[in-house]
Design a protein around this ligand. Structure first.
Ligand SMILES: Cc1ncc(COP(=O)(O)O)c(C=O)c1O
Length: 350
């Protein structure tokens, strides 16, 4: 892959003479360096990190993008703080939003107007646009998650229209959607004022690698707010992996294979090829154990479904193995009134 600025800088430093009288205390293990004269400074970047962030912004269609080594959580905090600084004292958000939304609102004194989500067949459904509109009437901003953990897209186009009509910002938590920058019609950044890309989840970044971005009207607010929530000791291996993940080429072959596998495995008919959600009903936990006995680990088992998280790095042969194993594992139907495994966990603290 061409044009990996941080990786090139790290490669060059590996070759040079370097006696460490700086952090980290291990005194040089590979690429785990700190902010030095040649490695730039994430808090106020002017060199290689600024250039990498500018490349990322261009790819994601943002005015400004900021690399994060503290997960999408710090991105959610940063974009809510930016919205708060721009005047939003309350935000409408679906009840199955990630806890980071609740925590950020609690920490910053932002009011939450909950948007109800119906649960059918054990899965929290995306709120309908009428429900979003009703909540937005009582809030200063809208935050939607797209896609969700089950691979469903939020109604972003309609949400954009609502926000424009009421002159309120749209925030998109794309912790599970960073691979969608290849498909602008469903990408959060196409519609949002502020958005997060969880590049460590659906693109090949190291764990905690993420990006938060803004279009022009909110870029200065975000530039300021991101500093409140980022570590001052960023991990260079993570930073290099974030740049690489955003520049990682599209893998159309695995996207096609994933869609075929979804049909062949009887997975739910969702929107996002990276989330293969297979219903097992009461057999779900036993199915997870059977798969683990074959060395196959899903992302989660919620008591009704197993979710298999794919990415451009998923190998076709591994997908085939999964397909064969799934064919031999017993299933039961998921009842329509099955409860969700996620709502109580996230929102009882609200
Ligand atoms: C929708 C959503 N938003 C935000 C986050 C936080 O991401 P991270 O774990 O990278 O901090 C998650 C984590 O699973 C998530 O599912």
């Amino acid at each position: 892959m061409k044009g990996l600025r941080i990786e090139a800088m790290l490669r060059a430093q590996r070759r040079g003479r370097h006696i460490s009288f700086h952090t980290p205390g291990h005194k040089r293990r590979g690429d785990d360096i700190t902010e030095l004269s040649y490695s730039d400074c994430l808090y106020a970047p002017r060199g290689v990190l600024l250039a990498a962030e500018e490349d990322i912004a261009k790819i994601l269609g943002a005015e400004k993008s900021f690399m994060l080594t503290d997960g999408s959580t710090s991105g959610v905090f940063s974009m809510l703080a930016a919205a708060r600084a721009a005047g939003a004292a309350s935000v409408a958000a679906p009840v199955c939003s990630h806890p980071s939304v609740l925590h950020a609102c609690r920490a910053m004194g932002i009011g939450i107007v909950p948007i109800p989500q119906q649960v059918r067949f054990g899965i929290p459904r995306m709120p309908k646009i009428a429900e979003i509109a009703q909540a937005l009437e009582r809030a200063d901003a809208l935050l939607l998650t797209s896609p969700d953990y089950y691979g469903f897209f939020a109604p972003l186009k309609e949400a954009r229209r609502l926000c424009d009509a009421q002159d309120k910002p749209l925030l998109v938590d794309g912790a599970h959607g960073s691979h969608l920058h290849f498909e602008p019609s469903v990408y959060g950044g196409t519609y949002a004022d502020l958005w997060v890309d969880g590049v460590h989840k659906s693109l090949p970044a190291l764990t905690q690698g993420a990006v938060v971005s803004a279009h022009a009207a909110y870029a200065a607010f975000l530039q300021d707010s991101v500093r409140l929530f980022r570590t001052t000791s960023p991990s260079y291996p993570i930073l290099a992996s974030v740049e690489k993940a955003v520049k990682y080429p599209r893998n159309r072959a695995i996207e096609v294979a994933a869609r075929e596998c979804r049909t062949a495995c009887g997975a739910i008919d969702n929107d996002d090829w990276t989330k293969l959600v297979v219903p097992f009903g009461k057999e779900a936990r036993r199915a997870a154990q059977t798969l683990e006995a074959h060395g196959v680990y899903p992302e989660f088992c919620d008591g009704q479904y197993l979710m298999f998280y794919l990415s451009p790095c998923t190998k076709a042969r591994e997908l085939n193995k999964l397909r064969k194993l799934l064919a031999g594992i017993p299933r039961e139907a998921v009842p329509e009134d099955a409860p969700s495994g996620v709502i109580p966990m996230y929102w009882e603290e609200a």
